[in-house]
Design a protein around this ligand. Structure first.
Ligand SMILES: [Fe+2]
Length: 201
């Protein structure tokens, strides 16, 4: 077995005009495929550790030193992108009453949550991700990670994530990352976020 690139759960142009088809082709077919290929190349050197990337990245010290950084980068890249595709949809969705109440209790209101998420995404220097996670205390938290680092390595369970690498937005939004972040909020698959929240809390 090897890790395989999952198909998108919708057409490449399904998220237009918020996320354009050219970006989706490049991002999924080229960037995500490269993470898959490079993760497989690393895993092949140590068949004894298996292929459970979530378990491996939850305990990075357990990864053999000669492939550790390759798996953090490429195994993380695969997990982050596989999740990211599922976190978007062309359908209109909304948080469940339970998740909406947790967001209100944590951030004050949905608008304040969106502002906190947007600020974290805007100020993530260089390449990385911004997340809504369930932390070790079972509470919601907005956090961000550099490169392809996953919150799983910090003991946190991601329930929403936004890729803020330039490859995620530069074709359409050029240098204007805030417009891309705003557009993302129009395509969030809250049904998937609800599902992850229910499993994580
Ligand atoms: Fe990406």
């Amino acid at each position: 077995m090897a890790i395989i690139l999952p198909d998108l759960p919708y057409a490449y142009d399904a998220l237009e005009p918020y996320i354009d088809a050219e970006t989706m082709h490049l991002h999924h077919d080229k960037h995500h495929q490269a993470y898959v290929n490079n993760a497989n190349a690393a895993l092949e050197k140590h068949p004894e550790i298996g292929e459970d990337l979530e378990a491996l990245l939850a305990d990075v010290e357990s990864i053999p030193a000669d492939i550790r950084q390759a798996l953090i980068n490429n195994g993380g890249g695969h997990l982050n992108h596989a999740l990211f595709w599922e976190l978007m949809t062309p359908e209109k969705t909304a948080p469940s009453a339970e998740l909406a109440a947790a967001i209100d209790a944590t951030f004050g209101s949905f608008e304040e949550f969106q502002a906190a998420f947007t600020a974290a995404a805007t100020t993530r220097f260089g390449s990385g991700w911004v997340w809504l996670v369930v932390n070790k205390e079972g509470k919601l938290e907005v956090t961000s990670t550099a490169n392809q680092d996953t919150p799983i390595s910090e003991g946190k369970k991601p329930i929403l994530g936004l890729d803020v690498w330039e490859h995620a937005y530069y074709v359409k939004y050029r240098n204007v990352r805030p417009d891309y972040i705003k557009a993302f909020f129009s395509v969030i698959n809250w049904n998937k976020v609800d599902e992850l929240y229910a499993a994580a809390k």
